[in-house]
Design a protein around this ligand. Structure first.
Ligand code: NAP
Length: 283
């Protein structure tokens, strides 16, 4: 029975953040991240605060716009357009989820590709799917960096992703395909989820359903990434079957924020070099 290794993201994220801070210090401008929050969802308030604190800690500037929960789509688009035109802002993060009355796709697509450091726009999604320049969606990019760090092979591997959201499962599937993995994307309408997950060399749980992935759903020796927030989508007994499991907290979370900070500095570097985003591909 495999004794599972821990795919910890803490040390890797700290190393990435130190490199990001050093790149930021080399620039003649302070790379600045604008965060936009609509409403007062407690989780979103906490995550935005964490992203801002970590930005400041690693030498990035921050601007924060907090809008009331009844803000209209057009008012939000006006704020995003102002930030898009503001030359002191290098990256824009629009915190999801947005209130239901807002046209979320229109809002994310109002962020120009060069400033879309969270990789949430349709243009960023297309760039990721086609292997073109652009910032990659942060959580998928963090997951792939985590797997790369621990030497988990992706080319030719059977990778099963559970969850197909526009910010996580779908871009991750596209990015893994670019990495030559054979990807199966599962969701709430998948019949016999376990039949798919049991085939996976690499299994990514991104459903937001605590304990969804149980030991019997995992192939012996598989690498398992848990993208869920505490307590995580992966049941504790999976560690007895898998070769490696990412912890919650301390796995995907720190990697996601490290990607966001790195992308913000990429955006500032690209601007200072007056070129289209074509810098380092972090996937
Ligand atoms: P989401 O938009 O709610 O999407 C959840 C996805 O999971 C949907 O595609 C849904 O299927 C699928 N799903 C739900 N129940 C399922 C089930 N029983 N079996 C199979 N699939 C199921 O969530 P999200 O924003 O992608 O986030 C997913 C998880 O990742 C959450 O726990 C979230 O908190 C976490 N997250 C973590 C980070 C990080 O930095 N660590 C960042 C973002 C998100 P349908 O499409 O059919 O509804």
């Amino acid at each position: 029975m495999p004794t599972s290794n821990v795919l910890s993201g803490i040390e890797i994220a700290n190393r990435m953040n130190a490199e990001t801070a050093s790149r930021a210090a080399d620039l003649s401008v302070v790379p600045t991240l604008a965060t936009v929050l609509v409403g007062d969802d407690p989780g979103s308030v906490k995550y935005v605060e964490m992203k801002r604190r970590r930005s400041a800690r690693w030498g990035l500037g921050t601007v924060h716009v907090h809008l009331l929960s009844d803000t209209s789509t057009s008012a939000l688009l006006a704020v995003l357009s102002e930030l898009a035109d503001d030359t002191s802002v290098h990256g824009i993060l629009l915190q999801h989820p947005l209130p239901a009355h807002i046209d979320g796709r229109a809002a994310f697509d109002a962020i120009p590709l060069t400033k879309d450091v969270d990789g949430t726009s349709s243009a960023a999604f297309a760039a990721a799917a086609l292997g073109r320049p652009g910032h990659r969606s942060c959580t998928p990019a963090g997951i792939i960096a985590l797997l790369d760090h621990y030497g988990v092979p992706l080319a030719g591997a059977d990778v099963v992703v559970v969850g197909r959201s526009a910010i996580l499962g779908k871009p991750l599937a596209a990015m893994l395909t670019e990495r030559d993995a054979t990807v199966t994307l599962c969701h709430s309408r998948t019949t016999d989820l376990a039949a798919h997950t049991r085939r996976a060399d690499v299994l990514v749980a991104a459903a937001g359903r605590p304990g969804l992935i149980t030991g019997e759903m995992v192939r012996s020796g598989a690498a398992v990434v848990d993208a869920g927030f505490t307590p995580g989508d992966v049941a504790p007994e999976v560690s007895e079957v898998a070769s490696a499991v990412s912890p919650v907290p301390g796995g995907v979370g720190p990697m996601t924020i490290a990607m966001l900070l790195a992308h913000t500095v990429d955006a500032a570097e690209w601007r200072s070099e007056r070129c289209h985003p074509g810098g380092p591909d972090r996937t």
